[in-house]
Ligand binder design. Structure first.
Ligand code: ADP
Length: 255
């Protein structure tokens, strides 16, 4: 099966590193014009610049693709509105949104501060809501849209030290469920992915020999399938090994 994104515009948040970067590069290779968003902060969400996003844009342009860098903080409605306006002013539509930006502030619940909770919820949950809200009227008007949210097995099953992250990720799946109902009539499909990949987020959580096998680019085809025109349905939560299984089937049987 050949997935293409010609004449489509995609926004990928947190695309300066890891999974988001891999998705943005591949979307551009397959014909999409891409807004590469990243606020470039530290892993705990502090600081920031759009430098990482600019490097990814340079890589896309060097390969003959079209992209713009954007340094919006996804937890700021004003900055996200400005990002979406820039995409509309430049290319006139938004077909794909991948809510990928994320931070971690892992601590046992006994040590977790209110600020640790608030910041993680603000980026993962409210950030996904803010970005989806900003593209929603555009996708409704177009009668077409694909949104991929990033959830986590940490939310589905719990994980030590991740009360904030797990709760936010579970709620992201809840947001998907309602958006699916309300988006159906406009051909807006929303799916979730719960990836297991080697990124800044997982580098402390798994042994190096496991991480060596979990390259972000191995997950990307599954994500791009979910945000393509051929996306089979909506409301899929593709988790962990399921991502790899889907990619293998796409390769061997053209699913
Ligand atoms: P993963 O690839 O697993 O999502 P990374 O830490 O490699 O993990 O990538 C997450 C990206 O999200 C980072 O590049 C980070 O700068 C970005 N990011 C984090 N918080 C925000 C935010 N509020 N707005 C935009 N980008 C963000």
């Amino acid at each position: 099966m050949t997935i293409r994104f010609d004449n489509q515009v995609a926004i990928v948040t947190g695309a300066g590193n890891g999974l988001g970067k891999s998705h943005a590069l591949e979307l551009a290779r397959l014909g999409a014009k891409v807004v590469v968003n990243d606020f470039g902060g530290a892993r705990d969400g502090s600081g920031g610049s759009s430098e990482a996003a600019e490097k990814v844009v340079a890589e896309i342009q060097a390969a003959g693709g079209e992209a713009i860098a954007n340094g919006a903080d996804v937890s700021s409605p004003e900055q996200v509105e400005a990002m979406v306006k820039e995409a509309m002013d430049t290319w006139g539509r938004v077909d794909v949104l991948i809510n990928n930006a994320g931070i971690l502030r892992d601590k046992s619940f006994a040590k977790m501060t209110q600020d640790d909770w608030d910041k993680v919820v603000a980026v993962h949950l409210t950030g996904s809501e803010i970005c989806s809200r900003a593209v929603w009227p555009i996708m409704r008007e177009q009668g077409y849209g694909r949104i991929v949210m990033t959830t986590s097995t940490s939310g589905l099953y719990g994980n030590f030290g991740q009360a904030n992250y797990g709760a936010a990720k579970m709620a992201v799946a809840g947001l998907m469920n309602t958006l699916c109902l309300e988006g159906e009539k406009y051909d807006i499909k929303i799916n979730c992915i719960a990836p297991t990949a080697a990124t800044r987020m997982t580098e402390d959580l798994m042994p190096p020999e496991v991480l060596a096998m979990l390259e972000p680019k191995a997950i990307t085809p599954a994500v791009l399938f979910l945000c393509s025109q051929q996306a089979p349905t909506h409301r899929i939560v593709l988790a962990g090994a399921g991502c790899y299984a889907m990619v293998r089937l796409m390769e061997s049987e053209g699913v």
